[in-house]
Design a protein around this ligand. Structure first.
Ligand code: SF4
Length: 79
């Protein structure tokens, strides 16, 4: 773990193929996840603000279908 003083933003990756519409994500982080008319997750905003990281991580952890992931976002590059 490095602490360089430079924060790397986290981005949400959601799989609508895996999603079963439980809505746990929306309960934990409603500013980031919504369930649409097809009962599938929609990521409202994919870049996570530092103050929301814990709530979004809770949403990812509690997704029963493992349909959500967090990735580190870097300018012009991703893994
Ligand atoms: S918790 Fe997971 S399965 Fe449920 S709506 Fe959210 S992404 Fe879909």
């Amino acid at each position: 773990m490095s602490v360089s003083g430079e924060e790397t933003p986290l981005k949400i990756v959601a799989s609508r193929e895996l999603c079963r519409g439980h809505g746990q994500c929306e309960l934990f982080a409603p500013d980031y996840f919504q369930i649409d008319d097809d009962a599938l997750v929609v990521v409202v905003k994919d870049e996570v603000a530092p103050e929301d990281v814990i709530a979004v991580q809770d949403a990812v952890t509690h997704c029963p279908e493992a349909a959500l992931r967090l990735e580190q976002a870097r300018d012009g590059a991703r893994q």
